[in-house]
Every structure is written in structure tokens, then in C-alpha cells.
Design a protein around this ligand. Structure first.
Ligand code: AFP
Length: 354
């Protein structure tokens, strides 16, 4: 594939087998929605779109004005093309039915229209995450149509609204990045066949939650922080942007591990991030780029969903590091994890935060 001259449309024509042009049409609609959102976000405070509404979304989180605007933009771009028979959005409690009179297709679309929106008032990079599943027919989609494991996704991707706007997607043949050429209005292939480095020295986690973590996570992070003075024998760096799309983008390009684990902060929630339109699409992108994505105890793409907004623990990124975290969970669950010596801190329990 030629970089710099291959547009998204050309890429999709070349990559999609005959008979899948409707998936290509849907991805072009998604790209159009991303372009519209990019224009809206680039205006910042100029159109009075920043700030919060006096409302909460289905997640019980404060809703930003731009959460609603981006949600409506995404739906309006994707509901008329005749490719989808229903949608699920982080911002909508129930399945969005395609309006009568609009043609329906055999795909269903799940998305987080503005991920990282708590950052948007401060001009930090934010994103859109999407997942596409196939249906056997074009009947109006119902909830059960969406409750499929991530391994069944036919496409997934994210838009990153940063200094440049990028679209990173997979249709099951690798993970590829496109940069929006604002003059020409096209997404141009700039990062073909992205591969995540298997090793890393960089971790991403919200350490303010450390007192709520399960021991395997506490063990892994303690070892990273111990660096050359501990069992890892090399130093680590830490990044936390609080915008999953920005973290994942950095990780697929230079390696790293991102974790939003289960914690005891709110025992009713098995994690902060949502399975269907955050963890699963990211997991497909990560695996297609040679990385690994897990709950810590199970391959993410094999989790059987129980509800469209369910939350899930997330550990993803450089394969070797994610496998190490999975190993620590298995040892903990089996009761075989060992106390480790740390020259700086002396022998200490795995579970104490130094
Ligand atoms: P918002 O969309 O509410 O900003 O949440 C962003 C997010 O879902 C994900 O993008 C971040 O990685 C994570 O939450 C940040 O969580 P903390 O605010 O607890 O750091």
C-alpha cells in the first residue's frame, strides 16, 4: 500500500473483498461523521459548545454539551446510508432504532461519540471509538443483536482529535492509520500495518486509585516503580492523559500498557470502561497490531456480554507486559503468588503500598 497517496476510499476498495462494499460505505459514513466532529471540536469555545449540561447520561456521568452534539452528529451521518439496522451509543440508554423511511442494512454500530470528554473544556486530545457487528438480516436491531463477543466484530476503530485528526481502524486485516488532509478533505493512509512493540517501559494507570486495586495490579505497578532496584531490572515511565483514545494511540505507535482494572472503589462496578464500545473495539485494534487485550483474567475479545453498557476491567498494550499481568492474576487466584524481596524496601507484602 502506498502511503501519502492512498485515501480511505481507495484503501477500502482495495482491502474489502467483493460483496463487502456495504461495509466500506458504512466506514465512509463513519469517516464523514468524524470529519464533522473534528470541525465542531476545532471551534473550541467559539460557538459556545464547551461546558456541561445540567444532566447526566445513562452512565450517571455529567454530560458535556459536546457529548450530545457529537452523539447527534454521529447518528445523523450513519442513519441514512442504508447500512445499519440499529445503533448503541454511550450517550443513549437504549438501542437507537433507524427511523422509519430510512433503509436498513445488515450491520449494527456501537460507539462512544466523545471519549475523554471531561478533557474537552481544557483542549486536551479526545476521541471517538466505534465497533461494527454484522447481522443476518436488516430487520430493526434489538438489544440481543448487540450482545456478541468482541471476536465477532467485523470492523473497529477510533478517531483521535489531536493536533491532527486521525482515523485508526481495522477490518480484520491489520490496524491502519489515516490522517485527515484538511485541504483536500480526505483521510490519507499515513500509518499502514501498525505493529505494537512487544516490550515496553511505559505504563498508564490512574494511580490515585492504587488503594483500591486488586493485589496483582498492585504487584505489577510496584515492580514497575521499583525499576532497576527491583525484579524488573529496568526503569519505567508513566503516562496518564485520562483520554483512552490518546493513550491507546501512543501505545500502538511506541508500545506501552494501559490499565483501568477492577477496583474496590465502587464494588458495584467491575471497572470504569465499557465493554461494547470502548474495550472491545480497542481490543480488536490492539490484537490486529500484534498486542494483547485482557480483563486480567480473560482475553477481552472472548468476554460474553450481558448488557450493552456493561463495564469491564481493561489491561491492554504490548503483548509481553499484558501477559505478565495475566500471569500475576492467575498466580493470585491460585494462591501461588510469592512475596518478593526489594532491596530498597526490604521484604514486604505484595499488598502493601510502599
Ligand atoms: P470521560 O469520557 O468521562 O472523560 O472518561 C474518559 C475515560 O472513559 C477514558 O477515556 C479514560 O481513560 C478514563 O475514563 C479516565 O478515567 P479517570 O478520569 O478515572 O482517570
Amino acid at each position: 500500500m502506498q502511503t501519502g497517496r492512498t485515501t480511505l476510499s481507495k484503501f477500502l476498495i482495495e482491502e474489502l473483498a467483493a460483496g463487502h462494499s456495504d461495509l466500506g460505505s458504512l466506514l465512509i459514513d463513519v469517516a464523514a461523521a468524524v470529519k464533522s466532529i473534528s470541525v465542531i471540536l476545532a471551534k473550541g469555545a467559539l460557538d459556545g459548545a464547551l461546558g456541561s449540561l445540567d444532566a447526566q447520561n445513562v452512565q450517571g456521568e455529567v454530560q458535556k454539551k459536546l457529548d450530545v452534539i457529537c452523539n447527534e452528529t454521529f447518528i445523523s451521518q450513519c442513519e441514512w446510508g442504508g447500512q445499519v439496522s440499529g445503533m448503541v451509543s454511550e450517550e443513549l440508554e437504549d438501542v437507537y432504532a433507524i427511523p422509519d423511511g430510512n433503509p436498513r442494512g445488515k450491520y449494527i454500530l456501537l460507539f462512544d461519540p466523545l471519549d475523554g470528554s471531561s478533557n474537552v473544556d481544557f483542549n486536551v486530545s479526545v476521541g471517538t471509538i466505534f465497533s461494527i457487528l454484522a447481522k443476518e438480516d436488516n430487520e430493526p436491531a434489538v438489544t440481543d443483536d448487540f450482545l456478541k463477543p468482541g471476536i465477532t466484530q467485523v470492523a473497529a476503530g477510533y478517531a483521535l482529535y489531536g493536533p491532527s485528526t486521525m482515523l485508526v481502524l481495522t477490518i480484520g486485516h491489520g490496524t491502519h492509520g489515516f490522517t485527515l488532509d484538511r485541504e483536500g478533505g480526505n483521510f490519507v493512509l499515513t500509518h499502514p500495518s501498525i505493529l505494537i512493540p512487544e516490550e515496553t517501559s511505559e505504563y498508564s494507570i490512574n494511580t490515585s486509585n492504587s488503594r483500591f486495586w486488586e493485589p496483582p495490579i498492585a504487584r505489577y505497578i510496584a515492580e514497575c516503580k521499583a525499576g532497576t532496584s527491583g525484579v524488573r531490572d529496568h526503569d519505567f515511565n508513566m503516562r496518564w492523559i485520562a483520554s483512552m483514545v490518546a493513550e491507546v494511540h501512543r501505545i500502538i505507535l511506541r508500545g506501552g500498557i494501559f490499565m483501568y482494572p477492577r477496583d474496590t472503589k465502587d464494588p458495584s462496578k467491575p471497572g470504569r470502561l465499557r465493554l461494547m464500545y470502548e474495550a472491545n473495539p480497542m481490543a480488536m485494534l490492539i490484537e490486529q497490531a500484534g498486542g494483547w487485550a485482557s480483563t486480567g483474567r480473560q482475553r477481552m475479545l472472548e468476554v460474553n456480554p450481558t448488557s450493552i453498557h456493561q463495564r469491564i476491567p481493561v489491561v491492554l498494550g504490548s503483548r509481553r507486559e499484558v501477559e505478565r499481568v495475566e500471569k500475576y492474576h492467575a498466580e493470585y487466584d491460585a494462591g501461588t503468588d510469592t512475596i518478593f524481596d526489594s532491596p530498597l524496601f526490604g521484604e514486604r507484602s505484595l499488598y502493601l503500598e510502599n
